[in-house]
Design a protein around this ligand. Structure first.
Ligand code: PRX
Length: 640
């Protein structure tokens, strides 16, 4: 496999080269892709100035990402398994799709989309469970140049509608329902509710999965199997420009409105393949399993695009780690002899709590590399993962990256970079991190802590926020001129290794998923009895961070006092989805506000953490008495 670093000496050499001449470094990597027409210039960029950010990689190159997955791999991998799909219910048979079979399905569905009149540049929203057709749908969009916008199937009707409308999608792809552990999720019903307020959607393509009854809107709704009826598998890929948009993926920010992160074709393609091969040190014939949902960026880059571009065999799992029992992950590892296993610290912590016997009864000897993503991994979880799951012999790659970065940025190279628990270690060649103080001064040398930024473009970076380029500049490029702001704090230790500390903005990392506090507040405030709310994160044993909501309600009766917490949770579930449900709700009579009306979240965060010993300067508060009341009524034990 080309473009793979195999030693630390080579890592340092490549790193130096990538900083000294980034264009030459990336051009060499991009050479191994399949181009309809090579680029004229490797990179054109500015983070500031008119129209910024402007980042163009492989300028004027022409290609299609699916030709790089299929046509490029077809001579050698036609009969190799591309996707192994493990159903929710272990009693149902798995599906193995070879590159040849997957290619045919992608071309067929692409033809179905074309038959409906879907064109290059159209936005196609996808709201599907973790079934092979999810991968088929996204690749079919890429094949014809339509822009996919995948919405995690745990989001509510309102959240789905917001995302469809923000992108003015004209097609939705969903299913009758989805299986999740012992539950059936009525996805079509949720989609129907969303579509009531989505005037741009002309076609709703419905896959049969659970066979449950669904309501039908003639004209708009079409069964997946009817869409592909008779269309055949002859399909020429649409020729895309390097900078044509490949997909939009929504993520939370500091305001209530989710951001549609825009990724483009060539840069994302080159970056996802390069990071996949190097970080996991994938070898031909290995079986790779990333447990994420494709609804999140991790699934986009490391279930579908990265592995398939690299010609890997990628496992896709429909279910949950604890059903039918807490040994499910390890049963699957043993069943498919998984070599590289990539999951989130929150899943590891949840499984630790279930006991070791669920692990030890399965044969995990195939494992050679373990990975984590999405949040800092605490040392205890790291040790359990390393010692019990990896049998002490598998390197752990703690990979730091974001929806916006498109792929892994700071990480060990498996088996090459010496690791330390809880440290993401070193930047990949081609990635230039920098730590700055709040004034934007660079913190040089080792043994420093600051705000993590990136000072040079990398191919996988976001190009815009859909429909709001100005917001993209404001969010990521305006705080420190000339730098991409990650929103994370980090430490660089004495050896130059990075430890990610966590978000510096109003975003909470709940079970590795980003939830904006403003988004949760907006949802809580929809409850008719709620006047105001303030949401902060607090340390949570399993989830990493939990959601703590301080809520002001208008005159509640005693009965209402008894039900309000559940009602608030239900409201959040309705407006966002169960992932954003507050773990703790405290009804308060006031919030700590400055005289100018700004909520001092710092104080609420400290109380949520159970520490009122050092609340800092509270003299600017309008009513300092309110703090005392909040401490007394806190849902955690608070040290004073
Ligand atoms: O705070 C960092 C955390 O997750 C954020 C990105 O979230 P999202 O865009 O949803 O993507 C998650 C999967 C890539 C980051 O800003 N994060 C991600 N990886 C790590 C991490 N925090 C610590 N260590 C990591 N390895």
């Amino acid at each position: 496999m080309t473009n793979k670093i195999t030693s630390m000496a080579e890592y340092y050499q490549k790193y130096q080269e990538s900083v000294a001449n980034p264009e030459a470094f990336w051009a060499e990597i991009a050479e191994s892709s399949f181009w309809r027409k090579k680029w004229d210039k490797v990179l054109d960029w500015r983070f500031d100035g008119p129209g910024a950010p402007m980042v163009n990689w492989f300028v004027n190159g022409k290609l299609n990402i699916t030709e790089n997955i299929f046509e490029r791999n077809m001579f050698t991998r036609k009969d190799q398994v591309a996707i192994i799909w493990e159903p929710n219910d272990p009693k149902e048979k798995e599906v193995r799709l070879t590159y040849g079979e997957l290619f045919d399905k992608v071309k067929e569905f692409a033809n179905g989309l074309l038959k409906l009149g879907v064109k290059k540049g159209d936005r196609v929203a996808i709201y599907l469970p973790m079934v092979p057709e999810l991968a088929v749908a996204m690749l079919a969009c890429a094949r014809i140049g339509a822009i996919h916008s995948i919405v995690f199937a745990g989001f509510s009707a309102t959240a789905l509608a917001d995302r469809i409308n923000d992108a003015s999608a004209n097609v939705l792809i969903t299913s009758d329902g989805g299986f999740r552990g012992s539950k059936k999720i009525p996805l079509k019903d949720i989609a129907d509710e969303a579509l009531e307020s989505c005037p741009t959607v002309e076609h709703n393509i419905v896959l049969k999965r659970t066979e449950q009854d669904v309501k039908w809107t003639e004209g708009r709704d079409k069964w997946w199997h009817d869409v592909i009826e008779g269309v055949g598998i002859d399909n020429e890929a649409e020729v895309m420009d390097s900078e044509d948009t490949l997909f939009i993926l929504y993520t939370s920010g500091s305001t209530g409105k989710p951001k549609g992160v825009v990724h483009t074709t060539a840069g994302y393609m080159v970056f996802s393949e390069y990071t996949f091969k190097n970080v996991f040190q994938y070898n031909d014939g290995d079986v790779f399993w990333c447990t994420a949902d494709i609804g999140w960026v991790t699934g986009h880059s490391y279930i579908v695009y990265g592995p398939l571009l690299a010609g890997a065999t990628s496992v896709m799992f429909e279910g949950v780690p604890t059903w039918p029992d807490a040994g499910r992950f390890w049963e699957i590892v043993a069943k498919y002899k998984v070599n590289q296993f990539y999951t989130a610290p929150t899943a590891i912590r949840a499984l630790i709590a279930q006991g070791n016997e669920w692990v030890t009864k399965h044969d995990l000897s195939s494992l050679s590399v373990l990975g984590t993503v999405g949040e800092p991994i605490n040392e205890e979880a790291w040790r359990w993962y390393h010692d019990l799951i990896g049998g002490g012999k598998c390197p752990i790659v703690d990979t730091w990256w974001q929806t916006e970065t498109g792929g892994i940025m700071i990480t060990p190279l498996a088996g090459i970079t010496p690791t330390k628990p809880s440290l993401a270690t070193l930047p990949l060649p081609g990635v230039q991190p920098i730590l700055v103080d709040p004034e934007g001064n660079e913190l040089k040398g080792n043994g420093v802590e600051g705000i993590l930024c990136i000072k040079f473009p990398w191919p996988g970076m976001l190009r815009s926020l859909y429909g709001d380029h100005k917001r993209c500049h404001e969010t990521y490029f305006s705080m420190f001129k000339g730098l991409y702001l990650t929103g994370d704090g980090a430490k660089r230790d004495e050896e130059g290794y990075y430890r990610i500390i966590g978000r510096i903005d109003d975003v909470i990392n709940v079970s590795g998923h980003r939830i904006g506090t403003a988004e949760v507040e907006d949802a809580i405030n929809q409850h008719p009895k709620v006047n105001e709310s303030a949401v902060v994160g607090y340390p949570h044993e399993i989830k990493g961070s939990g959601i703590y909501a301080y809520v002001i309600c208008e005159d509640l009766s005693e009965d209402e006092m008894g039900t309000i917490e559940n009602e608030i949770k239900a409201t959040v579930t309705k407006f966002i989805g169960p992932i954003a449900k507050p773990d703790k709700i405290q009804i308060v009579s006031g919030l700590p506000k400055t005289r100018s009306g700004k909520i001092m979240r710092r104080i609420l965060r400290k109380i949520g953490e159970g520490d009122a010993t050092n609340l800092g300067d509270t003299s600017t508060l309008l009513d300092p008495g309110v703090v005392e009341e909040i401490i007394t009524g806190a849902k955690v034990e608070v040290k004073r």
